[in-house]
Design a protein around this ligand. Structure first.
Ligand code: HEC
Length: 179
């Protein structure tokens, strides 16, 4: 074995060593265990509270401010979704829900001849704009147990428009609260 051959052998050994190390390194790169991360899934509780706060973020103008810029004509358009269940004329018929002529200032559950839920009859007081705003936002939220099967009007300004329309449905309209 001359030195040339010895060099070849050494080279081969060195190459093999390098290869082995290299593969080891590569393998480690590829198979390096990742941190386990979170197992299962986080319960959405915390997120929901955060989401809830965020959902309320687009702040609602106070009702008197919204009413000041409310549009009864737009409200009449928006009230189309109520017409499946309500009439709006003076002396109009009760349908699925009571006639809404003169509802502002009327006793809650106070329309003659309509079979209100016990919840509505128990609510008590007259319908103010503020109460109507809350009821229309979430009927079941405002009167737990109401039989008004309606999800509610989520847009604050659309509710104000509807209230402006309801105001017109009276011989002696109730004034809006002052901003
Ligand atoms: C699916 C039918 C339905 C729809 C749609 C509906 N309502 Fe009603 N509404 C009812 C019923 C039924 C009641 C009676 C609730 C009770 O007795 O608990 C009622 C009650 C009311 C009352 C209380 C009346 C009173 O005399 O005390 C108001 C105000 C009212 N609705 C407004 C509206 C408006 C405004 C809309 C549209 C944005 C609307 N409702 C959409 C069925 C409906």
């Amino acid at each position: 074995m001359d030195s040339f051959e010895l060099n070849k052998v050494a080279g081969a050994v060195l190459g093999a060593l390098l290869l082995a190390m290299g593969t080891g390194f590569l393998a480690e790169l590829i198979y390096k265990p990742k941190p386990a991360g979170d197992r299962g899934y986080a319960l959405p509780v915390a997120e929901e509270t955060a989401g809830g706060a965020a959902a309320e973020a687009p702040k609602e103008e106070p009702l008197p401010v919204r009413l000041a810029s409310a549009d009864a004509a737009k409200g009449q358009g928006a009230a189309k979704k109520c017409m499946a269940c309500h009439s709006f004329e003076k002396g109009g018929p009760n349908k699925v829900g009571p006639d809404l002529w003169g509802v502002v200032g009327r006793h809650k559950g106070g329309h003659e001849g309509f079979g209100y839920s016990a919840a509505m009859k128990a609510k008590g007081g007259d319908w103010t704009y503020d109460d109507l705003d809350h009821f229309l936002k979430s009927p079941k939220g405002f009167v737990q147990g109401t039989i008004m099967a309606f999800a509610g009007v989520s847009s604050p300004q659309e509710r104000a428009d509807i209230l402006a329309y309801l105001k017109t449905l009276s011989d002696s309209p109730v004034e809006f609260p002052k901003p």
